[in-house]
Ligand binder design. Sequence first.
Ligand code: MG
Ligand code: MG
Length: 264
Amino acid sequence: MIFLKTEDEIELMRAANQVVAGALAEIAKIIRPGITTKELDKLAEEYIRDNGAIPTFKGFPNPYGPAFPASIFASVNDEVVHGIPSDRPLESGDIVSVDCGALLNEFNGDSCYTFCVGEVTEEAKNLLKVTKESLYLGIETAIAGKRIGDISYAVQQHCESNGYGVVKEFVGHGIGKKMHEDPAVPNYGRRGNGPLIKNGLCIAIEPMITLGSPKIGMMPDRWTVKTSDGKLAAHFEHTIAIHHGKAEILSSFEEIEKIEGKLY
Ligand code: MG
Ligand code: MG
């Protein structure tokens, strides 16, 4: 069941997503070689709580193992999603996808950014560029009257035409009072298919894109998902609302890009 949001609810969604955007911006300020993803997690959790919100991912249940122990998913290099923050210092050349969620006034924010640590290869930079571009192409396609499959197609077409793999096992989603609501928003699909896009629809669009094969595998910790071929993966995510017929981005990369520079 899809819950369309009122104008007031969209404003509450924006507030929650701005907390997430702020937490990711805090990470952008300090991410560098030598820092650990556990330190990034601590910073994000403090920021979220200082802003009166709750880190959604902390304690997130897992039917196959322990609940998630941290406030961010930190996925390094060949880790696609759901990486557990660790004590391993980051090295120059690493890429780190930081996925963050916050609950504020009963509504959820959800956004992810893949950061570069020190100097990364051109190959990695291009993967990040194309993945981020595909996110924005998906967002541009999210217009009232179109269908979810139009978003899916836009993301898939851009990534695959650049030679990259599209992860199929994880998808974007509706978002609101629950972190994951209907509809599913796959990063692959056919134009004109799937649920109709209407005003009040709030969704997280989140391409998870691989340098090589899109095949993935689950690690023994029952959280971390890696590429099967050990090649890099990237992940960018915005939460959007359909408002006055078109997509409004409720999360934000603006502060991150001021720090990181707009590579792409
Ligand atoms: Mg997320
Ligand atoms: Mg999400």
